[in-house]
Write a protein that binds this ligand. Structure first.
Ligand SMILES: Nc1ncnc2c1ncn2[C@@H]1O[C@H](COP(=O)(O)OP(=O)(O)OP(=O)(O)O)[C@@H](O)[C@H]1O
Ligand SMILES: [Mg+2]
Length: 461
């Protein structure tokens, strides 16, 4: 299988050019014999790496045209890695090229294997830089919240709430089925707050035996109980200056609920076996996938504690209620995993898209993450099909809906079509527009209408 690497060879000697092309058949190779053609190919082909012979017409014996070509190429696409081929003994020229921004140089005559190594390294370097650039972009907020992919109104609304709440110190209760992103939201509340430099300490109240939970949370003094051979700070204390995330708070045993309540009121902890209160400055975020009002009715959760921890509630809807978000998130996971697995998977088939839209997602985003991940691991290039995601493929989606408001229906269908087109085209706007048989400006208008982000492309054609 061919790699994702695109290589432009700028060489006026067609014999040499063809020979190089033949040797580099692992890559998508295009050739150019002069500056104009090279610039054209750069735009249409977007090579990561260019091999550039300095002796180009009209100055085949000199270097002037080659150097000018290099400058133009770098001006047009500065991220391109250019490897310059120089004549024997022209060291100054080689150094000058590197000074002007060439990635590397190679002295003729060419040993294709050696040159091949340089090309490979250049491709690798380009990929690393590209990845960094993408990371930087996402840190700047091309997503509504760092790491949280969302396009549906409910989720965009929720992201705005998180942004507004983050800087304050209010205690937030995050609710939602398992795998809906509760911890992600808790981390976002932390990283968007003034406490972001402080610690984010998470403790899962359901995962720790009741007998240990108290000292985990509050710490203990030496000798407080059998086995306590030295003093230890608890998680609450460790979160000082930062955020304390109490996961599965609904599973906290009653005696600790009382103790936690006291902490929330006094903002002091007492280690087990010590009478000395220690003041702690933390922002508390709690999460649960249980229905706490039910637990209160049953008597397993204290109402007064509930009021303390739920100064503000954020509810994460299940994935199946987020419309076409599933496709956006699936695409994000696909990009992430195909990069980390170094598998050039190019998108989802229509059957996969239909299956994802139809599925109920009882495990929500985490289930989606797992399905896409194993699909990428198993994939042999090409696109991911319904079966790769572990679905029986079904041909058509039906919309059972009593809502006959035409405009709403049209909006929904339009929005779904846009999301699907993006998924099918692997985020390529031109292709997506072509699939919908609309112009690109119209397509951009649709994106704007539904407050969707023009995608960062993962594909390359
Ligand atoms: N909207 C989203 N966009 C991208 N990734 C998401 C989104 N929501 C959740 N994830 C990812 O899905 C995984 C599960 O999310 P998270 O652990 O926050 O869920 P949770 O509600 O805490 O689950 P559980 O109840 O099982 O603890 C994480 O890897 C998270 O980064
Ligand atoms: Mg969780």
């Amino acid at each position: 299988m061919r790699s994702e690497g695109r290589l432009l060879i700028v060489e006026d000697d067609t014999g040499v050019a063809e020979q190089l092309k033949w040797h580099f058949d692992d890559y998508h190779v295009v050739l150019a014999g002069d500056r104009r053609t090279a610039l054209d190919r750069l735009e249409t082909h977007r090579p990561q790496v260019v091999i550039l012979d300095l002796g180009l017409p009209p100055d085949p014996e000199g270097t002037s045209e080659g150097l000018a070509t290099m400058q133009d190429l770098l001006a047009a696409r500065p991220e391109t890695k250019i490897i310059v081929l120089t004549g024997r003994g022209s060291r100054e020229v080689a150094m000058k090229c590197v000074e002007m921004g060439a990635y590397d140089f190679y002295n003729k005559p060419v040993d294709v294997d050696e040159l091949g190594l340089i090309v490979r390294r250049a491709m690798h370097m380009h990929a690393l830089e590209e990845e960094n650039r993408k990371l930087r972009e996402s840190a700047l907020g091309t997503q509504p919240l760092d790491g949280l992919v969302a396009g549906s109104d409910v989720m965009l609304e929720l992201s705005r709430k998180v942004e507004k709440l983050a800087p304050s110190d209010v205690t937030v209760l995050v609710t939602g089925e398992s795998g809906t992103g509760k911890e992600l939201v808790a981390r976002a509340l932390h990283s968007l707050s003034a406490r972001r430099e402080g610690p984010f300490v998470a403790i899962n109240c359901a995962a720790i035996p009741d007998t240990l939970l108290e000292s985990e949370l509050f710490g203990h003094e030496r000798g407080a109980f059998t086995g306590a051979d030295r003093s230890r700070a608890g998680k609450i204390e460790l979160a000082n200056g930062g955020t304390l995330f109490l996961d599965e708070i609904g599973d906290m045993p009653p005696n600790l609920q009382a103790k936690l309540l006291r902490f929330l009121q006094e903002r002091e902890v007492e280690r087990v076996g010590s009478g000395k209160p220690i003041p702690v400055d933390v922002r508390v975020v709690c999460a649960t996938n249980r229905d706490l009002s039910e637990a209160i009715r049953e008597g397993s959760f204290r109402q007064d504690l509930y009021y303390r921890i739920s100064e503000v509630c954020l509810h994460l809807p299940p994935l199946r209620e987020r419309g076409t978000d599933v496709l956006l998130i699936a695409r994000a996971f696909l990009e992430q995993f195909s990069r980390s697995q170094r598998k050039p998977v190019r998108g989802f088939t229509e059957r996969a898209v239909n299956a994802m839209l139809e599925h109920d997602w009882p495990g929500n985003v985490r289930e989606l993450q797992n399905r896409v991940k194993s699909a990428v691991v198993m994939a042999e290039g090409g696109k991911i099909d319904a079966a790769d995601l572990g679905f029986e493929s079904r041909p058509e989606v039906e919309h059972a809906d009593a809502d006959l408001d035409l405009r709403k229906l049209r909006d929904r269908v339009e929005r779904e079509a846009v999301t699907r087109a993006l998924a099918l085209s692997n985020g390529n706007v031109a292709k997506a527009a072509a699939l919908l048989r609309v112009t690109r400006p119209t397509f951009y208008n649709l994106l704007k209408k539904f407050s969707m982000q023009p995608p960062g492309r993962s594909g390359d054609d």
